[in-house]
Design a protein around this ligand. Structure first.
Ligand SMILES: *Cc1c(COP(=O)(O)O)cnc(C)c1O
Length: 433
């Protein structure tokens, strides 16, 4: 049996998305997607700058009553123009590599002092680059990493502000690949072991134990786990203060989920609920709050525009074959993620058919939807995969020697190409014969 998913338009009462029909043609804010496809080709990532800013400002407003910095998680979408857009509004950044540090430097250099550096496998050159940049905080994920950080800080004559990323052993219901807060996961340091590690760090004058950090996973829809994690972290901070550490930062990580479905979803309400849970977990804790949202800021601002190449039948099944593939958007294959799919021309009637929407890549996992109920579409039509702004472009690859898509950023009436389509020359450039 095929799962019944209503044919949807993004025009819910509280639309969380910047895409809507005008004169029966889909637009992103003011921009006509048909014209964008004609100008820039497909597959094409399309983003609304207004929507990204709006989401960021929702976070700002929700935490306005306490000292805080919103460190956008670069890995969700690392395009320079998007980093600059957020940086100019005062965002800090959560990075997970030396490459992402370079991106922040290039996009908005003043934001370097608001960078937090997460990740379980930081290399020496990455630690050095972050020390030289004088970032705000290293989120340290093991004792061995802390030793290397101390050694490099000493070698460079710098003081390294750090937080241990603790693993609070809190279960957050999400896809297993993006759940991180249980002791079975590779992330963080068991919260019980943390106190003694902070104590030993005091022996190095190159280390400044400045905070405690936690990140329990991604696409988390219920807010209670955030409160539970913060309660545990706050209690640890009390112990650390008792031990004489000057803890100034509490980093609550990212992970707030969105609704990828067709139902109305009010982002402002969701952020308010999230802020209430964080506040509850923190109690009277006065430390500067750091937040690392990624998906919530950019996912629904972006979509992947693709053209239908062929429609074919195999037995009873119908396949809609698009010019975008798994290399352009891997989320359905990697996380069994659902993306709403809508046609660029508003359907006139109510007739539908059921099909798998698949890409051209030679993998059975190369699909965007299975047994999806779609309005009538035909080859050469354009369709839009919604909510692809996060973990879309940033997870693209060149698999099957496919150049990566182009990206456009729409800001009111202006449309800007923020990344040109790759060429085969780009792909072949590093290779030697
Ligand atoms: C991926 C990640 C984030 C962002 O998660 P979202 O679900 O996109 O908000 C934040 N912090 C850390 C440490 C991460 O690994």
């Amino acid at each position: 049996m095929s799962k019944k998913i209503a044919v949807t338009t993004p025009q819910s009462e509280v639309s969380p998305r910047p895409f809507a029909y005008r004169n029966r043609l889909l637009h992103c804010d003011e921009a006509d997607l048909t014209a964008l496809a004609a100008e820039h080709g497909t597959p094409l990532y399309v983003y609304s700058a207004q929507q990204i800013s709006h989401r960021f400002q929702l976070f700002e407003a929700a935490f306005a009553t306490r000292p805080h910095t919103i460190c956008y998680a670069v890995k969700a979408n690392s395009s320079l123009a998007i980093l600059r857009l957020l940086g100019k509004q005062g965002a800090g950044f959560d990075i997970v590599s030396g490459g992402e540090l370079k991106r922040v430097r290039k996009a908005h250099k003043p934001a370097l002092k608001k960078v937090v550096f997460s990740g379980v496998g930081k290399q020496l050159w990455e630690i050095d680059a972050a020390l030289e940049a004088d970032i705000l905080l290293f989120n340290v994920e093991s004792e061995a990493e802390l030793h290397l950080l101390a050694a490099r800080a000493k070698a460079l004559g710098k003081t390294a502000r750090f937080a241990l990323r603790v693993n609070p052993d809190v279960f957050a219901e999400t896809h297993p690949y993006i759940s991180t807060g249980l002791s079975e996961h590779k992330f963080g340091i068991g919260i019980k072991a943390a106190r003694s590690i902070y104590r030993s760090a005091k022996k190095s004058k190159w280390l400044d134990p400045a905070g405690v950090s936690v990140h329990i996973g991604s696409q988390i829809r219920k807010v209670d786990p955030f409160a539970a994690a913060l309660t545990r972290v706050t209690s640890l901070i009390a112990d650390l203060r008792h031990d004489g550490h000057n803890i100034r930062y509490v980093d609550a990580g990212g992970g707030l989920g969105i609704d990828y479905g067709a139902t109305a979803f009010d982002p402002a309400k969701q952020v308010a609920k999230y802020a209430a849970a964080i506040t509850k977990g923190l109690g009277t804790e006065p430390a500067n709050l750091l937040l690392e949202p990624g998906r919530f800021i950019v996912a629904q601002a972006g979509a992947l525009l693709t053209r239908i190449l062929y429609i074919k039948k195999n037995g009873t099944k119908t396949f809609v074959i698009t010019d975008a593939g798994i290399n352009d958007l891997i989320r359905p294959a990697l996380y069994h993620a659902h993306h709403e799919i809508i046609p660029i021309k508003q359907p006139a009637g109510k007739s539908t058919f059921t099909a798998d929407v698949v890409g051209p890549v030679c993998e059975s996992g190369d699909f965007f939807a299975r047994d999806r109920i779609l309005p009538p579409v035909k080859p050469n039509d354009l369709i839009l995969l919604l909510d692809a702004g996060a973990y879309g472009m940033s997870q693209t690859s060149n698999y099957n020697s496919r150049p990566r898509p182009a990206e456009v950023l729409i800001d009111n009436a202006t449309t800007r190409l923020i990344r040109r389509r790759e060429t085969m020359r780009d792909l072949l450039a590093p290779e030697l014969l």
